[in-house]
Design a protein around this ligand. Structure first.
Ligand code: PBG
Length: 324
């Protein structure tokens, strides 16, 4: 007879037992699906480094939102590729801007969809930086005014949540104040509070045509080596009135997610970014990994680390896998 008392294997014997003691469960409500709106009509252009993700004209994005809703997606986050770009990113805050139009179209077709609008300038500036430039420097306070205008125009178009991602100091406060002054005190702000200067954004920059024409984003996005600074960024955004905090990217920053979960009581989002998606897709296409299992394991680990909300290009596939 063995003198083993504790045998963790007792609860692993069969799937129903494992399910009974499972600590982390993914649900369809956890996911936010990113969509890319572009000019034109009947445009559905696949992004080569992101299989299954497309640039969609306004008519197509509305159809995509209907299909996503029917497959269980309850939230989308919108990005825009404007027809033309300029120094002051005027496409970001135009009344008939591409994201504003897409928001209206999705709201009409799927009234219950939660629409998150990404508030940044990089998709709309001719130089691809997230703010206004002078002498190759991104100007902070001048950019805040434009981000605030962008947020108000997105709220006017019908967005439920504004998600500032430019990493300008004070952007949450500036947006909160502008929303309140314009009668949008009920519109929430999901702050990209902790956004690292990451090589994992590569495929997104193809999708959004937003690679910087010179330099990089290290003068405003965070250094990958810093964890204490993440707490300072989160604290500032909390103080400025953020309703939801976000960490981005997700799977290589799980320690940061865990720390934020322990230190803040706001809902916490994680952005499983384009490069994280593309790596799984590429390895799966080679037949080197089991895509479904790697996807679910990755998304589960993001939730286990502390995320309540997961923004991922896998939203539809994950929801489908959950119901199988
Ligand atoms: C806009 C923005 C970016 C992403 C989300 N919002 C690009 C960047 O900062 O360069 C990246 C998302 C992804 O890689 O999936 N600033």
């Amino acid at each position: 007879m063995s003198d083993l008392i504790h045998r963790p294997r007792r609860l692993r014997r069969r799937e129903p037992l494992r399910a009974l003691v499972r600590e982390t469960r993914l649900a369809r409500e956890d996911f936010v699906l990113p969509l890319f709106a572009c000019a034109g009509e009947k445009v559905r252009r696949e992004i080569s480094s992101m299989p299954g993700v497309h640039n969609l004209s306004v008519d197509e994005i509305a159809r995509e939102a209907v299909a996503a809703y029917e497959s269980g997606v309850r939230s989308v986050i919108l990005f825009g590729l404007p027809e033309s770009k300029d120094e002051t990113a005027s496409g970001a805050y135009a009344r008939d801007g591409i994201v504003q139009q897409a928001t209206g179209a999705i709201r009409r077709e799927v009234p219950d969809m939660i629409i998150v609008a990404d508030a940044c300038l990089c998709e709309y500036t001719s130089h691809g930086h997230c703010g206004v430039i002078r002498d190759e420097e991104v100007l902070n306070d001048e950019t805040l005014e434009l981000l605030a205008r962008t947020a108000v125009s997105q709220a006017e178009a019908g967005a439920d949540i504004i998600a500032p991602s430019a990493m300008m100091d004070g952007q949450v406060g500036a947006i909160r104040e502008a929303l309140d002054e314009n009668g949008f005190e009920h519109i929430a702000v999901m702050s990209y509070a902790v956004k690292y200067a990451s090589a994992f954004y590569g495929p997104f920059r193809e999708a959004a045509d937003s690679a910087p024409a010179f330099g990089d984003r290290r003068a405003y996005q965070m250094d990958a080596a810093n964890a204490r600074e993440a707490l300072r960024e989160a604290e500032l955004d909390f103080t400025e009135g953020a309703d939801i905090l976000m960490v981005k990217p997700a799977s290589v920053y799980l320690d940061i997610l865990r720390t934020l979960r322990e230190r803040f009581d706001l809902p916490l989002a994680a952005y499983h970014v384009s490069g994280e998606y593309a790596m799984i897709k590429a390895a799966a296409a080679k037949g080197w990994i089991d895509e479904r299992r790697v996807m679910l394991e990755t998304l589960t680990s993001i939730k286990r680390a502390g995320a309540d909300i997961i923004i991922t290009y896998y939203a539809r596939e994950a929801i489908r896998a959950l119901s199988e």
